[in-house]
Design a protein. Structure first.
Length: 682
């Protein structure tokens, strides 16, 4: 008995003396810098709603593609109309498809400064430093592609020391992943050129059984990404970073069935492929005491194929097939003030110029052949002033003016050449009470260019052929908390967005063809998107970590859809769930044992703006356990452990004439999956 009491007393004493996690000077939580911000500002100081996942968090959650993080980010959703998320919505704003051959994204998407807006399939997360999601209009930062927000993925930079890692994964659905990274300097001198090279391969069967062909791989994924980075120290004040990216995604696309199950009947399974070769060049020069100069140049050459069996059965009804080539070029020049060149000693300044060109060609087979060519040139100037009223209060004023000039022709003798000059601005006030609390409020004006709807039937009225530019006023107030000594950080933001001439994508049956559906963009009278979003991360002690995020969203639209004949007044927008949450915890013992579990919840949402068909609310439970040694890690993990059935996209239509008996059809998300991941550091 005395022995047991002594053991109990020792245990209680150890618990009472074990401190709440206190970060020592040499173990401070590294401040997070938001690289997508014009000034590369620390997360605590940026007056905007931003979600950042760093490399450790990405690895802990076993995320190998942005798709694995997307729904865990509050008020971020996607349209599951492709093998990987391409069409993303932030705070309810964003497209759900793109058929016209004239891309006009609402969500900016960048990987290492390379523009992948509308084609974010290449967003694998192997060897990634951090993922940043900036919510609300980011037009002053990124131009007209970012009226809803901006997603920025930054891979790891080369290192002045040698390091490497091997990662391998096997799992259900014939999952096989392989990753290799190596980094270091070419020489022993401090200014030696540094390199980093990574390779990542993903292969899986796609969770579908094609009964017609008796195959399990018609919805498969076969993805390869190669990335090389070089850092040159040209002299004491000049560095040049070069990134080379090769992405080859050769995925099947056989995701739809007539009975909304995982069993498909297609006799001509589709494809969803992306072959990209891209390069980015970033030059930093600090040779003038009055400003720092940065030049960012990137080019990308992308070939894409998107196809599907038109009737989803063994009947020979035909195939939708689109072959797309997209070439992009972007150049940005930026001048940033130094401490010596502040205006009146208290105002930082920034000025920049931007130019880009996108060229896209499409070859489409859909009850006949058609082709199109599209180009858009953008020229913009932007600037920002940060006025420090005192040591705690800062007023930021930013603006951007942009000219978009586009040209479109196709084999149906359609020719459009709109030219828009657009502008955006932001005004924010932030107050840093101390090292713990920062509050801010702001207003910013976002914009999105107008355009046209190609491929419409002969005699289509102009109301279907053209849509106007959209503008958006966004009002935000937020609070950021960072108790570094307690390992606790959180932020909460309330927002209200008032949209004028809001753009929405739609589809309708073309009676003149007897068979075809046509897709288009239209303007409604008005729309409002408002709500609250926040997150919390708490390192309770050296072993336990809790994290949570919540997004609450209310949307309203008013107008008369072109294909409906009735007026909508105050209805919710499509793909805008009223809530999203993610909650979980981690345990990491000194002996190397690791465990984590998290639960993601998404409310039901409309699939379309002109009918009442909705998804069902759902919950997804993920978990992983493992052992972490000094130079290696091994994990057993499970995704969607409860095998929840949920939809990521849906339609309401009839396959057969006279198209008077429509039904609900949904694309299902991935079912339960188990696997093992091993990492070796060298």
């Amino acid at each position: 008995m005395n022995f047991r009491l002594r053991r109990l007393n020792l245990a209680l004493a150890s618990l009472m003396t074990f401190p709440v996690y206190s970060v020592h000077a040499d173990e401070q939580l590294a401040p997070v810098t938001v690289n997508a911000d014009l000034r590369q500002t620390e997360l605590q100081d940026i007056p905007a709603s931003v979600d950042v996942k760093n490399e450790a968090q990405i690895k802990d959650q076993g995320a190998t593609h942005f798709e694995d993080l997307l729904l865990k980010t509050p008020n971020v959703n996607f349209s599951g109309q492709s093998s990987r998320p391409r069409h993303i919505q932030i705070r309810g704003i964003g497209g759900r498809d793109e058929y016209t051959g004239a891309p006009n994204s609402s969500v900016g998407f960048a990987i290492d400064d390379i523009d992948f807006s509308g084609i974010g399939m290449a967003a694998n997360l192997f060897d990634v430093k951090q993922v940043e999601v900036l919510k609300g209009p980011q037009n002053t930062r990124y131009g007209q592609n970012a009226i809803a927000g901006l997603i920025n993925i930054e891979s790891n930079d080369p290192t002045p020391y040698e390091e490497g890692m091997f990662e391998g994964t096997v799992g259900q659905d014939n999952l096989r992943e392989l990753g290799i990274v190596t980094s270091g300097p070419f020489g022993s001198e401090s200014d030696s050129t540094q390199y980093r090279f990574s390779l990542f391969s993903h292969n899986s069967d796609g969770f579908r059984h094609n009964e017609t062909l008796n195959r399990d791989d018609t919805n498969s994924r076969s993805e390869l990404t190669l990335r090389g980075k070089l850092r040159f120290f040209l002299d004491d004040v000049t560095t040049l970073d070069v990134t080379l990216l090769h992405a080859d995604l050769n995925n099947g696309y056989d995701a739809w069935s007539r009975d909304n199950s995982f069993t498909t009947l297609s006799n001509q399974p589709g494809q969803d492929t992306l072959l990209t070769n891209a390069a980015a060049f970033k030059l930093n020069w600090k040779g003038n005491p009055n400003f720092d100069f940065t030049s960012r140049t990137n080019v990308a050459f992308s070939d894409m194929t998107y196809s599907y069996d038109e009737d989803w059965t063994a009947a020979s009804a035909g195939t939708y097939l689109n072959n797309k080539q997209r070439h992009t070029f972007n150049q940005e020049l930026r001048w940033t003030s130094t401490p010596q060149s502040k205006i009146n000693g208290n105002t930082d300044w920034l000025a920049g110029l931007y130019a880009s060109r996108l060229v896209e060609s499409n070859e489409t087979e859909y009850w006949g052949s058609s082709s199109s060519d599209f180009s858009i040139n953008k020229l913009a100037a932007f600037g920002q002033l940060d006025y420090a009223m005192n040591s705690k209060a800062t007023i930021t004023l930013g603006s951007r003016i942009e000219n978009d000039s586009s040209d479109f022709t196709n084999s149906n003798n359609e020719h459009y050449s709109p030219d828009d000059t657009l502008w955006g601005a932001n005004l924010t006030y932030s107050y840093r009470y101390n090292d713990v609390y920062t509050a801010y409020m702001g207003i910013n004006r976002g914009y999105k260019a107008g355009g046209f709807n190609a491929g419409q039937p002969a005699g289509t009225p102009n109301t279907y052929l053209f849509y106007q530019a959209e503008t958006l006023m966004n009002y935000e107030i937020g609070l950021k908390v960072n108790y570094a000594d307690l390992g606790l950080s959180s932020q909460i933001t309330a927002f209200y967005m008032d949209r004028s001439n809001p753009q929405f994508d739609a589809y309708t049956y073309d009676p003149s063809s007897g068979t075809n559906w046509v897709f288009y963009t239209e303007n409604f009278d008005s729309a409002k998107n408002y709500g609250v979003e926040g997150n919390l991360d708490w390192q309770i002690n050296r072993r336990f970590n809790l994290f949570a995020s919540l997004g609450l969203l209310k949307t309203e639209i008013s107008g008369t859809p072109l294909n409906s004949g009735f007026t909508i007044d105050g209805r919710e927008q499509a793909h805008a769930p009223n809530y999203q949450f993610n909650i979980g915890g981690k345990y990491r013992s000194a002996a190397g044992f690791y465990a984590e579990a998290d639960l993601t919840g998404v409310d039901s949402f409309y699939f379309d703006n002109t009918n009442d068909v909705r998804s069902d609310a759902y919950r997804i439970l993920n978990a992983r356990v493992g052992y972490e040694g000094q130079d290696y890690e091994i994990y057993l993990w499970g995704k969607n452990i409860t095998d929840e059935t949920y939809a990521t996209r849906g339609f309401y239509f009839d396959f057969n004439p006279p198209w008077t008996n429509p039904s609900k059809y949904v694309r299902l998300g991935d079912p339960r999956q188990y696997g093992i991941t091993y990492r070796l550091y060298f």
